[in-house]
Design a protein around this ligand. Structure first.
Ligand code: ADP
Ligand code: MG
Length: 292
């Protein structure tokens, strides 16, 4: 969820006189929107064939290098899979891209002209980078419809949202999204009553309502049933091309279904990159996964 959405949703939930669930103890919990909201997102310059570009990025926590000279780039419309053992730095990399964590050194660009290190977390979301944290973060006391509507409204800016009514184009988009995330039959159900997988889809739908250019998804199928995982793979394949996606996952059969290029992270940098077959045959990758 974006900072603006968290803020507006919390306001809305309060109106319902119930505490938000699943919001306070998430990885993103407690973030608040800043004043420096960008009003126009503008276009991202991808003339150089990259929507995201990281060069020699490092970050240390108490002297421990969680990210170590990490360089990586993603093409527009690409669906990039990121794998790697626990502690490799996958989540920290997403924290850096989204402005939650500042690296000690390196360059992080969105397209060829937007220096993400010069922007705050809320601005980065407004620029068109959506992030799905591992745990589902939906407004449980609101219905599926209300959650999606809120995401659409918040995208328009919080101030405007007080007087906001869905026009027919937006209603159509919302209806389409319900089909895309396979929740058309659950439109009036409270989000809190959905299955884990359905909550994950709802949150992805909320992110998509904000039309992100780049979508970062951290372990989206963790805890899903096999059927939910298969449906999520289908969904991601339909998003590819329209959006650029970076998907961190441990589930190798899921990765096999959706992946083109797979990047293996280890000790904060890229260990290997290629097709899943290529990286799985790589001795260094085998060593890391089997343990030294
Ligand atoms: N805010 C933080 N403070 C201290 N250490 C951190 C912090 N965030 C991550 N780390 C450490 O950085 C390493 C990489 O973590 P993480 O990015 O969560 O790995 P992954 O997502 O690949 O499992 C881990 O050793 C983790 O303990
Ligand atoms: Mg992680």
């Amino acid at each position: 969820m974006t900072p603006d959405l968290l803020e507006e949703g919390a306001r809305r939930v309060q109106k319902h006189r119930a505490a938000p669930t699943g919001l306070n103890n998430t990885e993103s919990g407690g973030r608040s929107a800043s004043d420096g909201r960008l009003t126009t997102a503008g276009e991202v310059d991808v003339a150089h064939g990259r929507i995201l570009y990281l060069e020699d990025v490092s970050v240390s926590f108490d002297g421990f290098k969680a990210i170590n000279k990490l360089s990586l780039d993603i093409a527009p419309g690409e669906l990039r899979c990121i794998i790697g053992p626990n502690g490799a730095g996958k989540t920290t990399m997403m924290d850096i891209i989204t402005g939650k964590t500042r690296p000690n050194e390196g360059r992080v660009f969105f397209g060829s002209t937007i220096d993400l290190l010069r922007h705050k977390e809320s601005e980065i979301a407004q620029l068109g980078i959506g992030r799905k944290f591992q745990k589902p973060t939906v407004f449980e006391q609101l219905t599926v419809f209300e959650n999606l509507e809120l995401a659409l409204k918040t995208h328009k800016g919080v101030k405007a949202s007080m007087f906001f009514r869905l026009d027919s184009v937006q209603s159509d988009r919302l209806a389409e999204m319900l089909v895309t995330i396979q929740l058309a039959g659950s439109v009036n159900r409270l989000a809190g009553n959905l299955s884990h997988g359905q909550k994950q889809w709802l949150e992805i739908g909320m992110l998509l309502m904000q039309d992100p250019k780049l979508l970062l998804l951290d372990e989206p199928v963790a805890g899903m049933t096999d059927e939910e995982t298969a449906r999520t793979a289908e969904l991601f394949l339909t998003l590819k091309g329209k959006h650029s996606l970076m998907v961190v996952e441990h589930d190798m059969s899921f990765i096999r279904t959706i992946s083109e290029i797979v990047t293996v992270l280890c000790d904060g940098s890229v260990l290997a990159q290629g097709t899943l077959d290529q990286v799985q045959a790589d001795e260094r990758v085998i060593e890391v996964y089997l343990g030294r």
